[in-house]
Design a protein around this ligand. Sequence first.
Ligand SMILES: [Zn+2]
Length: 535
Amino acid sequence: MKMDLAILNGFLFDGTGNPAVKMDIGVHNGHIAKIGRISKTEAEQTIDAAGLAVCPGFIDMHNHVDNGVLAFPSVDSYIMQGVTTSVTGNCGASMAPLDNETIELSRRYLAPFVPSSEKINWKWRTSAEFMRVIQSNGTAQNLAFFVGQGTLRIAVKGFSPSKATESEMERMKSLLRNSLDEGCFGISSGLIYPPGSFTDEEELLTLTGELAPKGAIYATHLRNEGNLLSESVEEALEIGRRWNIPVQLSHHKAVGRPNWGKIHHTLRMMEEARTEGIDVCCDAYPYTAASTTVTSLLPPFALEGGVEETLLRLQNTDDRQKMAREICRKGCSWENWIAGAGMENIVLSDCSVRPEVEGKSLQEIVDVFYPGREVFDGLFDFLADIQCLAKMVVFAMDENDVKTVLAHPLSCVASDSWASTPQSGGKPHPRGYGTFPRFLRRYVLDSGILTLQDGIRKITSMPASRLGLQDRGLLREGFLADITLFDPDRICDCSTFTDPHRFPEGIPYVIVNGEIVVNEGRLTNKRPGMILRKV
Ligand SMILES: [Zn+2]
């Protein structure tokens, strides 16, 4: 019997961190059938991989593909990078579970992230139902899900900033248990975003106790990545300590010039926590700019009650003064992007209601479109005009920090982006198109801070083992055939801040569950992706 596919003459990196070996690999029925010497006649189809690195498909430990995969099931921006599996539902914002009473609030919460939100039929309620909707719509990538703590809290108590009562706690716990039973790999929190920012340490500790029986992961966008970075890492470690569960610090970085270098301390904290028995790791993207929604510019009180109430406050003189005072206050405890980066370093990336501002900094927007207005008045006018519907890119990190985190043994790599295609518009952060080739080109092959086999391990077996995947992340006979082929001489990211919708180069073949999704550098538009469930 012939195998479906043979990849011949390539340099096999098995994903363990072992050096490459010249070897062939055969694929049959979606699985890796043989690794060794294979002749052309043994397979229906062959790929000549001479000069190419053949490695397990890349696994993105942290992104938001779940928000866009219904609109863009081909997930072009990821597939072209060689990313065969995405871990989604991050930063506290998953698409499920939803509740009939609060679904409109959930939709508004998720709207900035969900392309064509109005065209999607939001009929699912549970995580299992959402997984089924995606599967029947098709996906080019495999997807693994976290439950968002913010989504859970909205389902139970909307955008109320008040402390959860005992019965609300019980409801959140039971929704979380259901989602874990349905195959979610853990919970994510986004503690700068309401309602995550309304959630105190005690509530988080109580809720995350539900993860312990399953050994599920607590992944967190920390409460503060700037002034209070270390304190925020400690808050996350305490959860790992209390429940003996794995902790994943998402997109680890130090935001704002005064905080640059703090990651040396937080990486040490992580090392020490591990000696204490806390299984903590982090992930990071290879850029010095962050990206998030424009509502994050405002202090927490301005976000209470949901977007509608925020829009009212943006019109109210007293609230405006209070917001401006909070933003200017020294040493505040919330993630204050304007104080950390400056208005000139915050650039609008996606604003479909007003595309002319895309690519402009907040400072430019105020100067050009609100001339003569006092700076905060101009800013608040603008946010009200666009109904807070935009994303932004914030240049706020240090290159040395990025390098230090990526080189550290406790980090894997993540894009923190969403599904894009060249048709999806806007000027999104280039990490959505470039994270993995950029990591390999700039931080592995060119700077040499990691060997190629180590770099590959960080984007294959390391995330797979974090998730407990038993049959992905390595090239092994019997494993699912998620395989990425790249040319070490040519691989590079092409996406930039000014011209983001550009695919990388040097990744000619990508295979998902045995199906070729990129062939000779072109998308085949197949959708062989599976929903992965925690066992
Ligand atoms: Zn985040």
